[in-house]
Design a protein around this ligand. Structure first.
Ligand SMILES: Nc1ncnc2c1ncn2[C@@H]1O[C@H](COP(=O)(O)OP(=O)(O)OP(=O)(O)O)[C@@H](O)[C@H]1O
Ligand SMILES: [Mg+2]
Length: 243
């Protein structure tokens, strides 16, 4: 059974301009599934609706029609800007314990113990528990975001441009961490990115989104060697993968 399944999903935003409500349809019939432990890429230019698909899956924005089924606990999300995602006023310990406070009856020392273990899993030592986000590098912050997202042991992680704000070396380390967590925990990842080069190595399947429609999807090998849609060809050319 798939973790999430979307069938012909439409989603519109309503904005208000000069006292009138204006409806903009952003997802125009999106269908796909994500299986257990699968890494699925979602690519497409800015404004194509990638983050909107994430919001639809998380239920933070209601779909206007179609069917969206989640067969798993709430997926967790990480974002491009690991700084904005972390409350600067609190320690890493406080931040990482939060998800446990809401969903478990664990006492303080047990929660702390779990945080320390999770820190190790994301490649940081327990000394970071007492630090605040402002004292960490971008890569370390993203590790904290990943660890915090995994505290509730979700089966699906939605990563929205998780390494776009990081420099190349740090980005590669964070990707390696995501891959390790995928391997160890059978974690499924919806990997949203502009970067088709990164996606080739990271994703098992890639979906190409254009103006709210998935125009093509397939394994990286098939998609990159034999793209069918003009838009896929264009993306590959602008990424320097096709000439
Ligand atoms: N809360 C909102 N209210 C109204 N319109 C919105 C809202 N959020 C997004 N949009 C519009 O929906 C469209 C899709 O936005 P979305 O954020 O999903 O794009 P994206 O593919 O994630 O782009 P990017 O690569 O820049 O992150 C855009 O035209 C955007 O302006
Ligand atoms: Mg986005």
């Amino acid at each position: 059974m798939s973790l999430v399944s979307l069938k012909d999903v439409h989603l519109s935003y309503i904005s208000h301009s000069e006292g009138r409500a204006v409806e903009q349809e952003v997802l125009k019939g999106v269908s796909f599934e994500i299986g257990k432990g699968e890494i699925v890429g979602l690519a497409g230019e800015s404004g194509s609706g990638k983050s909107t698909i994430a919001r639809a899956i998380l239920g933070t924005h209601r779909i206007s029609s179609g069917e969206l089924v989640r067969n798993t606990d709430m997926p967790q999300m990480i974002f491009q800007d690991p700084y904005g995602a972390l409350n600067p006023a609190h320690t890493i310990s406080w931040i990482m314990q939060e998800p446990l406070k809401m969903t478990t009856k664990l006492k303080g020392p047990e929660r702390k113990e779990r945080c320390a273990r999770m820190l190790e899993d994301v490649g940081l030592d327990a000394g970071y528990l007492s630090r605040k986000p402002g004292e960490l590098s971008g890569g370390q912050r993203q590790r904290i975001c990943i660890g915090t997202a995994l505290m509730r042991e979700p089966e699906l992680l939605i990563a929205d441009e998780p390494v776009s704000a990081l420099d190349v070396t740090v980005a590669a380390q964070v990707l390696a961490l995501l891959k390790k967590l995928h391997d160890e925990r059978k974690l499924a990842i919806l990997f949203i990115s502009h970067d088709l080069r990164i996606m080739y190595h990271f994703c098992q399947r890639i979906m190409i989104l254009k103006d709210g429609v998935i125009v093509e999807q397939g394994t990286p090998d098939k998609l990159y060697r034999d793209p069918q849609h003009e838009y896929t060809k264009l993306l590959l050319t602008s990424a320097g993968i096709r000439s």
